[in-house]
Design a protein around this ligand. Sequence first.
Ligand code: ZN
Ligand code: ZN
Ligand code: ZN
Ligand code: ZN
Ligand code: ZN
Length: 248
Amino acid sequence: MKTGLLHGIVANSKTRVRCVFCGVYIPKANKCIEEHTNGMKHKENIDLMAENGMSYVNDELYCKPCNVYLTGEESVASHVEEDQHANWIAAIDDLIEGEFINIDSYLASENEDVFCEVCDAKVTCTLQNIEAHVNDILHRSNVAEKLKPLNGIFPVENDDEVWCKVCDQYIENTAQRILEHIDDDTLHVEWFMDIEDLTEGQEVSIQDYLKNEHEKNAFCNKCQMELLCNVQSITDHVNSEAHLNQFS
Ligand SMILES: [Zn+2]
Ligand SMILES: [Zn+2]
Ligand SMILES: [Zn+2]
Ligand SMILES: [Zn+2]
Ligand SMILES: [Zn+2]
């Protein structure tokens, strides 16, 4: 009989068992238990656990972010909707957005720490710690370094400035100014939004344009041809007969 560790089924009475994940009672018969553990709902709850830092420890559900064991009345689905838990997840998502911090393996209970990819460092997973880390000057400059080649930003001879190819503009060479440019400069942000809209699903790549200072072209993988990398030229291309009729 499939009971115990992986399946969240615990004995309840002579005639029924309880699925701790789903918070439901099931008749104590192999067939019923198997049907339940093979069911959609049950599998969804197992996925939900892995996305929420919950694990099954000694026949009990444990939530790592909240540091609590769930009571018999709760299920995975009911716990993730509780304020304390939902607020924590929302706050973490907010903090790590765009920061290259990977929290997936922490939530899947494979790791105790989160991992900062740009600093190549582990960070203890508390809101306070992560907030301190993302605001740390070293982290900010590592994020800036990571974003430069994705944003067409290049060093110039005098080290005091960098050059944004997209905007043809010089920027003070500090993490703060560079990140401000990437996140808040209207011209820069709109160019990327326009290009993303235009190229979405079109197999037009601008990676080489952004990475290589002297590259002027984007590349259409569908037509196997280069085209000038600007909004007008890409607009014309993705709407052209040749492109539209090309088999990919
Ligand atoms: Zn279940
Ligand atoms: Zn929780
Ligand atoms: Zn970092
Ligand atoms: Zn720019
Ligand atoms: Zn094309």
